[in-house]
Design a protein. Structure first.
Length: 179
């Protein structure tokens, strides 16, 4: 076990800011799976999730000197990755975030594994793409509904509707799985 395995995120960030590649590598190792999982839950296909995770990690490590440790490093990178995904999402002319719910979508079987994660991934896969995106951005990446509305360039009420409707569907789907 290397000396950085037990270090805190803030200590690793300080070392990485001074050019310690092992510290930067440890930060990336810790954050990558969490970030990629969030992106998949937001609706990114696995290859896109991996690409955006790498892009977010590169951006985070370039700016590591600004990391203050107010949240885990992975959470900081998740916010960066969510913003990168939103940029990509906005460029996708086929996807519109509107007040009306879109058709049901099938989850990507490659992104699903076992246990509670399987239940959550399946439930998220049953949400419309806008609901899944808004719920994941709000509760996965920690963006405010106002930030999501601004990033998606839609009214705040639309985001609120998608989050409320998506959470209600998730509660019903996950509650049905327990019963």
């Amino acid at each position: 076990m290397g000396p950085h395995r037990l270090a805190s995120d803030i200590a690793l960030a300080q070392h990485a800011a001074r050019g310690d590649r092992a510290a930067a590598g440890e930060l990336a190792r810790r954050a990558a799976p969490v970030v990629a999982d969030l992106l998949r839950r937001m609706g990114a296909q696995p290859a896109l999730a991996d690409d955006l995770t790498q892009d977010a990690l590169i951006a985070a490590l370039k700016a590591v000197a600004t990391y203050r440790g107010e949240a885990p490093f992975a959470g900081w990178v998740m916010r960066i990755a969510a913003r990168l995904y939103l940029k990509r999402f906005r460029k996708d002319a086929r996807t519109q975030v509107t007040d009306r719910p879109l058709g049901e979508e099938t989850p990507d079987p490659a992104a699903v594994d076992g246990g509670a994660r399987l239940d959550l991934d399946r439930a998220l896969g049953k949400l419309s793409r806008p609901e899944r995106l808004c719920v994941s951005l709000c509760h996965g990446a920690g963006l405010t509904q106002a930030e999501i509305a601004q990033a998606l360039q839609v009214p705040l009420g639309t985001v609120k509707s998608h989050v409320t409707r998506g959470l209600a569907k998730l509660r019903a789907l996950l509650g049905a799985a327990d019963g």
